[in-house]
Every structure is written in structure tokens, then in C-alpha cells.
Design a protein around this ligand. Structure first.
Ligand SMILES: Cc1cc2nc3c(=O)[nH]c(=O)nc-3n(C[C@H](O)[C@H](O)[C@H](O)COP(=O)(O)O)c2cc1C
Ligand SMILES: [Mn+2]
Length: 485
């Protein structure tokens, strides 16, 4: 049995990885594993943990090939402390709580030192191989130290500091490669540096406060810093130190950070991938990607690297987070779509392929408005494929209800839009080899309006389930007399 999560515990854990471990331990939601091998074995143990809807935090110690005091922590974002209850009701509460307190961004506070500066390795002393990096899946092209990681870079033309989660592969003792899909903020920013003929200053931080991992892997608006949003969520400024080589902010409580510069690809790239990606395939072949020349490494004593390799999105332990659902709902609301009653991402579609919106239809064309906005919005566009709009009486958390809406309220010929040329990524398994050849990383979308058609909705047949109040009354009367209630 797990206890209810109290808000103080959740806030403390959000802001501090070691607090998360302590609290999860007290709650019986921590598994300490000694002696596992970062080559395939840890990845396999992790996948086994995903058969649980709420997998335990996995803390690996004493790993093969590493000193006993180095650690790897898995299932951070999926810990019950953070994703205890993903439901439309919980989503509404989550959005309300952000509006009440944590919505206003709070910029980070610069401090002179912190746990992250307990050890600083520079120049000759830089050796990335000293740190634990899993070879997670059999056909991965190498060891990935960055899975649930944050990549920090700064717009050369403004104060905007971005933090995004992009996978990071170990190339050699002093070199990392970073895979950033086109259009992501980290990519747009590095291109600005390259256009000025400069290498892009960059920090790869592994073992960040959990809140930063959550915010950096969901869409934050262009020009808005994830540090500020994360501070807002915590209700207090994140403490950061200034990187000695780049001046970039590094979370003062982070576990490990690699600091350096990413030269333009015309100067140097290395082969990156393949990698077992979250849609459930090895889609990207080994291909050239930009690299970071690491000039300094900062780390805490008894460091912890967060490991969160992708896994096929059908595992019960892989659910979209409240943050990801909320950003989509926010986008609909921000674009002025009225009457949204819920948004959902059914298991199997991962974080983006299938988006479901439920609305209370208020006027002709309303469902179309919701479908088009969701499909084209910042949080809904990348790697989308299917948008389904349903009426508010459909329980969108239940796949059977969703299929019933499709089966009975959707006329494929008249209630469908198909749109070509949409924003997808290299990890989309349906982008053909020919498309990749010509750099056409786009796909098509279907928007399904599984709603009672507006112009005859009042003539639409009535739903025939027994009315709830009456059903409850009958149940109360009969429950002691029959066995099936
Ligand atoms: C565990 C994890 C790994 C991710 N890996 C990548 C990646 O390798 N490349 C990428 O472009 N996006 C990746 N993403 C998605 C981005 O983090 C997400 O699109 C985020 O919004 C990017 O930040 P940005 O909006 O500042 O660009 C990953 C997300 C998660 C949760
Ligand atoms: Mn961003």
C-alpha cells in the first residue's frame, strides 16, 4: 500500500533529487540494486519495472566497471510522487494549482558555489568515460549518458536561456554528441551561433532537480526559459552557478554537468545512433550529428546520473505526464478554443502521436476549431498523427469509450480532415527512406471529429444507458439481495 502524496513532500522532491530518493525510500517506493551491468542489464531491469503502472525508483549502486559510490537513478519522472494519479480530474487540479501559485515564472538565482562544484575537472583531467553511461538496448550505437538530461544553451541575441531534453551519446573521453530534432529550441539557438561563425556554448547536465527534467521535456514557449518556469513551479528560484567557460547557468544542486562548445557541423560531426527511441523502434540509423567539445566537468561527491532510456509506449509504466497534457490544454485555451473539458493521450500513442480533446460543443464549427488548433499548436504539432475530438459525455480515459465514440459518432467521409506536410521528427518510423534522403521530415495528420454533428445534434439518437441517479438508487436497494452489485 502506498500513502497519499502530501504536497510538501512532492515540492521537496521536485526541487531536489536526493530528497526524492529519501522520500521515496520512506514510502517504500525505492529499489536499491547493487552489482548490475550498465551494458544491457540495467536497461533490461528497467524495462521489467515498466510492467507496473507506478514503477519504483531504481537506484543502481556498485555497477560493473564503476566505483561503488557512483549511482544511476531511473524512473524519476514516473515516480508515484510525481505521477501518482494521471486522470482528467487530476489534470484539472494540476492546472488549477499552477494558476493559483506556481504559474508566474521565477528566474534563477546565481550563487557562487554549491554541491555541483564539489569536484571540478578541467583540461587534461576531463574524462567522460569515468562517469556511468548505460548501453541501454542491444542495437544502440553506443553508450548514452544523456537520456532524461537537460541541454542548456543561450540565445546569442537576447537573455533567453533554453533548457531542453535531448539524448546525449558518449563519443570519447572529451566529446559528446547531442541529437536535437529540427525546430527544437536548442537547435534553433545553436544555428544562430553557427550563422555568426561561432561554436555554440553548451552545458549538458545530468542529475538535475526533477522539476527541470519535467519542464525541459515539455514544450515551453519560444523565448521563455525553462529555468524560470521550473522556478515558478517550485515557488522559489532555482539556485544556479555560472559555468566557468561559458557563463551558462548550471543548477547548483545538480549531480554532474559537462561544459563546452558545439562547433558548426561543417567543422566536425560524429556518427550518432542508432538508438532505441520512444515510438518503439530503432528509426534513426547511425548518422552524423554535432558534438560538444567538453572543457570542464563539474560533479558532486557520490554522484547520481539520471537514466531514462526510451521504451515502447505500450508499457503500463510509460504514461504521458500531467505536464505534457497540461501544455496541450493550455495551448487550446491560449488560442481561444472555448468549452474544452479534457485532453488525453491514450497509452500506445506515447507522448504525441494520438491526442484526444473533449469539448462541450457550443457552436457550428467548434469541433473543427479544437481539432485544427490541437493539431497545429506548439505542444501538439511535433510527431503528431491522430487528433480525435469527442463530446463531453465520452470518458476519454477509457479506450472502450473512445472506440465507441469512433464507432457511432464518426462518419469517415464527412467528419475527417487529412493534412499533409506537418511537423514531425527523424524518429517517426513512417518517414520513408526517400523522404529522409531529401530532408523532408514531415508527415500527414488525420483529425477525426467523433462528435454528434452540430447541425442535427438535437436529432441524434439518445444514449441508452440507465440514468445514473436512478441506477445508484436501484443499486442501493438491491445490493444486499443480489450477488452482482
Ligand atoms: C526522456 C526524453 C528524451 C528526449 N529526447 C529527445 C531527443 O533526443 N531529441 C529531441 O529533439 N527531443 C527529445 N525529447 C523531447 C524534447 O525534450 C521536447 O520536445 C522539449 O520540448 C524540447 O525542448 P525545447 O522545446 O526547448 O526545444 C525528449 C524528451 C524526453 C522526455
Ligand atoms: Mn524551450
Amino acid at each position: 500500500m502506498t500513502k497519499d502524496v502530501n504536497d510538501n513532500d512532492r515540492q521537496a522532491a521536485l526541487g531536489d533529487l536526493r530528497e526524492l530518493i529519501r522520500i521515496a525510500g520512506e514510502r517504500g517506493e525505492l529499489e536499491v540494486i547493487k552489482g548490475a551491468d550498465p551494458y544491457l542489464e540495467m536497461g533490461a531491469l528497467y524495462e521489467l519495472s515498466l510492467k507496473h503502472r507506478h514503477p519504483p525508483l531504481l537506484l543502481f549502486e556498485d555497477m560493473v566497471g564503476h566505483p561503488a559510490n557512483q549511482r544511476v537513478l531511473m524512473n524519476v519522472r514516473f515516480s508515484r510522487l510525481f505521477s501518482g494519479d494521471v486522470s482528467v480530474e487530476a489534470l484539472k487540479e494540476f492546472r488549477k494549482s499552477r494558476k493559483g501559485g506556481g504559474e508566474t515564472p521565477i528566474p534563477p538565482e546565481y550563487v557562487n558555489g554549491g554541491p555541483i562544484t564539489e569536484n571540478v575537472l578541467k583540461g587534461e583531467a576531463v574524462n567522460i568515460n569515468l562517469f556511468p553511461a548505460g548501453h541501454w538496448h542491444e542495437h544502440d550505437g553506443g553508450r548514452y549518458i544523456g537520456t532524461e538530461v537537460i541541454i542548456i544553451n543561450k540565445d546569442p541575441d537576447s537573455d533567453w536561456v533554453n533548457a531542453g531534453t535531448y539524448r546525449v551519446m558518449v563519443q570519447d573521453e572529451k566529446t559528446l554528441s547531442v541529437f536535437i530534432e529540427p525546430g527544437k529550441h536548442g537547435s534553433l539557438i545553436r544555428e544562430k551561433w553557427w550563422a555568426q561563425g561561432k561554436a555554440c556554448p553548451m552545458v549538458v547536465c545530468v542529475g538535475q532537480p526533477p522539476v527541470l527534467g519535467m519542464v525541459a521535456s515539455a514544450k515551453t514557449k519560444y523565448g521563455v526559459s525553462e529555468f524560470d518556469v521550473a522556478g515558478g513551479r517550485l515557488g522559489k528560484a532555482l539556485r544556479v552557478v555560472r559555468g566557468e567557460l561559458t557563463g551558462l547557468p548550471i543548477p547548483a544542486d545538480a549531480e554532474v554537468a559537462f561544459e563546452g562548445f558545439m562547433p558548426p557541423p561543417s567543422e566536425e560531426t560524429r556518427l550518432e545512433g542508432p538508438f532505441a527511441e520512444w515510438p518503439g523502434y530503432y528509426t534513426t540509423e547511425a548518422h552524423p550529428e554535432p558534438i560538444v567539445r567538453v572543457g570542464a566537468i563539474y560533479h558532486r561527491n557520490e554522484l547520481i546520473v539520471i537514466g531514462q532510456p526510451p521504451a515502447k509506449p505500450t508499457f503500463p509504466g510509460r504514461q504521458p505526464s500531467l505536464t505534457q497534457l497540461a501544455t496541450l490544454w493550455d495551448a487550446l485555451e491560449g488560442a481561444g478554443v472555448p468549452g474544452v473539458k479534457g485532453v488525453w493521450k491514450p497509452t500506445g500513442g506515447g507522448t504525441s502521436f494520438i491526442n484526444v480533446i473533449s469539448i462541450t460543443q457550443m457552436h457550428a464549427g467548434h469541433a473543427k476549431m479544437a481539432g485544427l488548433v490541437a493539431t497545429g499548436s506548439g505542444p501538439g504539432a511535433y510527431l503528431g498523427r491522430i487528433t480525435i475530438v469527442v463530446d463531453d459525455d465520452i470518458n476519454i480515459e477509457d479506450p472502450a469509450e473512445l472506440l465507441w465514440a469512433l464507432a457511432t459518432r464518426w462518419d469517415p467521409r464527412t467528419q475527417t480532415d487529412i493534412i499533409d506536410g506537418c511537423y514531425t521528427g527523424y524518429i517517426d518510423p513512417l518517414v520513408s527512406p526517400e523522404q529522409r534522403e531529401r530532408d523532408d521530415i514531415t508527415n500527414s495528420r488525420i483529425i477525426i471529429y467523433a462528435v454528434r454533428p452540430w447541425h442535427w445534434k438535437d436529432k441524434f439518437p439518445r444514449v441508452n444507458t440507465v440514468e445514473k441517479t436512478y441506477s445508484d438508487k436501484v443499486a442501493a436497494k438491491w445490493k444486499d439481495k443480489v450477488g452482482f452489485i
